[in-house]
Write a protein that binds this ligand. Structure first.
Ligand SMILES: Nc1nc2c(c(=O)[nH]1)N[C@H]1C(S)=C(S)[C@@H](COP(=O)(O)OP(=O)(O)OC[C@H]3O[C@@H](n4cnc5c(N)ncnc54)[C@H](O)[C@@H]3O)O[C@H]1N2
Ligand code: MOO
Length: 634
């Protein structure tokens, strides 16, 4: 099979418009369903009232129905006396008002004046307190237009208007076809190269959210003939087909060829990232979308194209992306060729939303789990500077974000434990963006975070953190709170196969090293220790190779991608690695003094001072919390 390497790069909106034009002939069939089962469905025709509501003149209050004319002379001094059966009829709310009466007086305005007689001291206006026939809905009136998504309140109006059955579009039946020889069903015994299939399950849940009926197919291997057969069958039985993976240029990427063979491809390649190799086509008159395999790319294609498409085939525009303006905490570059979606953590600080970008890889499923929102960098821009105001599509509610305590700083596993305990308390959540200690201090300086976590060694004095805050956040009252002392050491595979016992051995034994990023406390510690020993970074194989967290360094060692890395004991412990202690460092919390009064921060501090938290630290090992909670006010 020839490779199809030429992708187009069409603007997203233009691609969608072009595609929908090509699909303009296609519409779903409609069906009649019970009105009370129609929530969320789309009307296939305008709906008119069959009867008026109310169906008769009815009393809007509890009181008496009478004739306005008889009450005109009533005053305090000259009350008007009325007789039941002759002048009035007692009515309750909702009761019919007989034709001979034209007004209703509330019971509170009646003065009892003997058996079956009352007095009133104020005239009553004609039609007062009467809901006249058809006041709400008049027979023949339009209740809902075509292509309207039915809401709970609409159901009430329809039934009141005598419409008990309604013509709606059939829910689109969506075929979801996972493909790939390397893809295996969950639960299969895994061998190297296998990938557990889960995209289809994400798509199915999304399709349900968008109002479609998902049907998931079995995995199809990368076999052109077999793919043709399955897709051909799906195109006959379903309204929309989602063909997953094989959308790019690999030797076994057949999606485009399959669609071309059975129908037409209109667009292959849209100017968005992640998600660019998407394929938009049709077979007979049915839409088919080739969705890239990487889970994050797939997510953005679903949210930005398939969601709209499911609305479109029902003649309906699905809205609902909610945006806020946020201040960006970190310079973020992007290619001016694409509209880029960047996952961010969000916080609400001093009345402003702050967006802190997280991982950008297309395979990082967890990044979507962790993200609070998605920043959109428009196609024509080369990115944004730190401090820019950016547009962020919310993945959570504004309330949730306002109840988030944001930590931009250096990462440690114990932050995840604190986050879990804080969430358990209810109301507040801890969101942490990992940018290293220096990045954290800069965010503190620029008022972009509630607090930061840091472990910065002053290589002149040997003291941690204090001097950095003085130097980088001058003129702001900062509280430094002691958190934990942690053992930093060399992480090596179980049994220490290269026999590493000191930093020097990395060079001596020519071990493959994996480093932490510049600005991280661990990196500063490494450089400090190397300098003390007179070792040049150049002599360390892998010094240039950077990872962003302790746990990812540990994972690199565990997988054998590196022989050794510097990190905390708990990370080594979790990954089942051996650990050679090198230094004790002080991992602390810094925050603007006034935030000690912030309710969410108070709860966070309660959490880290709790026995439960300390028990977790004991369990992880490698932490000394004897000073925890001491506040050194700068
Ligand atoms: N030479 C080029 N290579 C690539 C290009 C390019 O333009 N030229 N584009 C890259 C981009 S961008 C993307 S996105 C991917 C799209 O890849 P495919 O759609 O062809 O997907 P596969 O290679 O078949 O799979 C990739 C990857 O996705 C995961 N995957 C796939 N299916 C599932 C599933 N059902 N459940 C879970 N995960 C799944 C899996 O990790 C696959 O390895 O192409 C780049 N390459
Ligand atoms: O489009 Mo790919 O999704 O950039 O990774």
């Amino acid at each position: 099979m020839g490779q199809n390497i030429y992708l187009s790069n069409i603007n997203l909106e233009k691609a969608i418009n072009t595609y929908f034009e090509k699909l303009s002939e296609f519409r779903l069939n409609s069906e009649k369903i019970k009105t009370h089962e129609a929530n969320g469905r789309i009307t296939a025709a305008p709906v008119f009232a069959k009867i008026s509501s109310p169906f008769y003149n009815s009393s809007a209050v509890d009181g008496i129905a009478t004739t306005a004319k008889k009450t005109f002379t009533a005053t305090d001094r000259n009350p008007v006396r009325l007789k039941e059966g002759i002048d009035y009829l007692v009515v309750d709310t909702g009761d019919p008002v007989p034709d001979e009466f034209d007004t209703v007086i509330m019971v509170e305005d009646l003065i009892k004046a003997g058996e079956n007689e009352i007095e009133i001291i104020k005239p009553s206006i004609p039609w007062q307190n009467i809901r006249q026939m058809g006041e709400d809905i008049v027979e023949g009136q339009l209740i809902l237009p075509q292509s309207h998504r039915i809401r709970p309140v609409d159901i009430g109006a329809l039934i009141a208007g005598g419409v008990f059955e309604i013509e709606v579009y059939k829910k689109p039946r969506v075929a979801i076809i996972p493909t790939g020889t390397e893809i295996v069903e969950p639960g299969t015994e895994l061998k190297v190269g296998d990938i557990i299939e889960f995209n289809s399950r994400v798509f199915a849940a999304q399709v349900e959210e968008y109002g479609g009926i998902p049907v998931r197919f079995d995995i199809v291997k990368d076999d052109f003939e077999r793919l043709l057969e399955v897709v051909d069958r799906a195109s006959k039985e379903f309204d929309l087909i989602l063909l997953n993976a094989g959308s790019s240029a690999g030797r076994e990427d057949y999606s485009k060829k399959v669609i071309e063979t059975l129908g037409q491809v209109f667009i292959h390649g849209v100017a968005i990232k992640p998600g660019k190799p998407v394929i938009l086509g049709k077979i007979a008159d049915k839409p088919i979308v080739g969705i890239p395999g990487f889970p994050v790319s797939a997510f953005f294609i679903m949210e930005n194209i398939v969601k709209k498409l499911i609305g479109f085939i029902q003649g309906y525009e699905i809205m609902g992306k909610k945006y806020i303006d946020a201040m960006l905490s970190k310079r973020t570059m992007s290619s001016s060729k694409y509209l880029e979606f960047v996952r961010v953590k969000l916080g609400y600080i001093d009345g402003k939303y702050i967006a802190a970008p997280i991982e950008r890889g297309a395979g990082a499923t967890m990044s979507l789990v962790r993200a609070d929102g998605v920043m959109e960098i428009p196609e024509e821009l080369e990115g944004y500077e730190k401090g820019s105001v950016v547009k962020v599509n919310l993945l959570k509610s504004e309330d949730e974000i306002k109840n988030t305590v944001l930590c931009i700083g250096s990462h440690d596993l114990i932050l995840d434990i604190a986050a879990d305990l804080l969430a358990k308390k209810g109301k507040y959540n801890l969101s942490s963006a990992h940018v290293g200690s220096m990045g954290g201090i800069l965010s503190l300086k620029d008022r972009e975070t509630h607090f930061t976590t840091l472990h910065l060694l002053d290589t002149e004095t040997g003291e941690y953190n204090k001097s950095y805050i003085k130097r980088y956040v001058p003129g702001r009252r900062i509280a430094l709170i002691k958190f934990v002392k942690r053992i930093q050491g060399l992480m090596v595979r179980k049994g220490n196969p290269l026999g590493i016992t000191r930093l020097e051995d990395i060079v001596n034994n020519n071990a493959k090293f994996v480093n932490r990023q510049k600005g991280s406390g661990t990196r500063i510690l490494l450089d400090y220790e190397l300098k003390k020993l007179g070792i040049s970074p150049k002599d360390i194989n892998g010094y240039e190779r950077e990872d962003y967290t302790h746990i990812s360094v540990a994972a690199q060692v565990a997988k054998g991608n590196a022989d050794v890395g510097l990190g905390v004991f708990s990370a080594a412990n979790i990954m089942g690695l051996d650990f050679i202690p090198i230094a004790n460092e002080e991992y602390d919390i810094a925050l603007p003094l006034e935030y000690l009064e912030h309710d969410g921060i108070k709860k966070f501090l309660e959490v880290i001072n709790s026995d439960e938290f300390k028990r977790e630290l004991d369990y992880l090992g490698g932490y000394d919390y004897s000073d925890l909670g001491n506040i050194i006010i700068e």
